[in-house]
Design a protein around this ligand. Structure first.
Ligand code: ADP
Length: 354
């Protein structure tokens, strides 16, 4: 006899015990015959041998079990429960086990998918809202120019300049949305170019010199000692520092200074190794600590009114976060209301082994 022929066939219980997702079997008498460990955790230990409604009472699922025991047709039911205080979504698959009269139920966690779907809906709602505000303003001014302000040269020029500002805002928003989508698409592709972060920082400060002058902000730069080698995408890193320095200039306020400081550190606890840290510090109003954990979410603003007034889109820090993820780096934000903010970019240094 071969060892295969001598092996004992597994029982239904052995089989479902080997399935990682919550699974249970119900018989014709509507009792739970057996359930695996995952299902015990999920539905409770005491349900084995009892009527299946001891395990769940969701009307759609109860109906599907009753029908499944009668007609043996495969079914799928969506099931929502509260797990650890938050909503969890499951797809429950119902299948008859041959002609045994038993019905197998397997629960697949679909919470991640449901959350992704919700995020997509929120994103579309946010984008629509962000575009609608300037569009409503432009439409209103067009109406006024056609009617009451038709022959008023002074009002016409004032309204046209407001309309140009609103059009700029829409343009910026669309530009940043495209950047965000490109950056997200690239996130899993590791950068390959060896570069010196000092060049990127210098280019950033050069590009923003005029903006700083216009706002009477003095830009200071301390590159630390020696080169700052990283493997990176220089355009994307330029974007990171541009967004941070621009925010520091915008929110830091006139007649203040903005400092960019770089240093090498021997051990970063999160990167678990050496790191390059670049801090962009301003001396503006700072940010209330309750906002800090959410600042890199798309469209999240600590001070909506001020952000909109300064032409912000609420996407700059989300772009920063995605670019740093791609570079295996991170962003640390510290701030005390009334004492300015510090945005620190932490990147792994180029170890030279690429
Ligand atoms: P925005 O286009 O609104 O500036 P960001 O994503 O760049 O969007 O920033 C998100 C929010 O974080 C801003 O709306 C602002 O409330 C806050 N913020 C960012 N940088 C600073 C800073 N240097 N000082 C104070 N608040 C800041």
């Amino acid at each position: 006899m071969t060892s295969q022929a001598s092996a004992k066939l597994p029982t239904v219980h052995d089989l479902i015990a080997a399935i990682p997702s919550p699974t249970l079997v119900i018989d014709r008498a509507e009792k739970v015959v057996t359930l695996n460990d995952a299902a015990e955790v999920f539905l409770g230990k005491s349900v084995a041998g009892r009527h299946f409604t001891t395990a769940f009472r969701h009307p759609k699922l109860v109906e599907a079990v009753e029908l499944g025991l009668l007609d043996r047709t495969p079914r799928k039911v969506s099931y929502q429960i509260v797990e650890n205080g938050s909503d969890a979504f499951y797809d429950v698959h119902l299948r008859a086990i041959g002609d045994s009269g038993l019905l197998l139920l397997s629960f697949q966690n679909a919470t991640g998918l449901a959350q992704a779907e919700q995020m997509r809906r929120d994103f579309v709602a946010n984008v629509s809202h962000e575009l609608r505000t300037p569009l409503t303003a432009v439409t209103g001014f067009i109406e006024t120019l056609r009617n009451s302000a038709r022959n008023d040269a002074e009002a016409r020029s004032r309204f046209l300049s407001i309309m140009a500002g609103e059009a700029d805002r829409m343009n910026r928003l669309v530009g940043e949305l495209l950047t965000l989508s490109r950056v997200e698409a690239d996130e899993r592709v590791r950068p390959t170019v060896q570069l010196d972060l000092r060049d990127v920082l210098q280019a950033t400060l050069r590009n923003l010199g005029t903006l700083a002058q216009e706002r009477a902000v003095s830009l200071r730069y301390d590159p630390g000692q020696g080169p700052l080698p990283v493997i990176g995408d220089s355009d994307q890193l330029l974007q990171v520092f541009t967004n941070l320095v621009e925010n520091a200039i915008k929110y830091g306020g006139a007649d203040q200074s903005v400092e960019a400081t770089a240093r090498k550190i021997a051990h970063d606890p999160v990167l678990r190794g050496p790191a390059i840290e670049v801090t962009i510090a301003d001396h503006g109003p700072g940010i209330d600590p309750i906002h800090l954990p959410r600042l890199t979410e798309r469209f999240y603003r600590a001070d909506s009114h001020r952000s909109r007034e300064l032409g912000g889109t609420g996407l700059g820090l989300a772009i920063v976060k995605h670019i740093l993820n791609r570079h295996r780096g991170r962003l640390r934000i510290t701030s005390q209301p009334g004492q300015g903010s510090q945005f620190t970019v932490i990147l792994p240094p180029d170890s030279g082994d690429i």
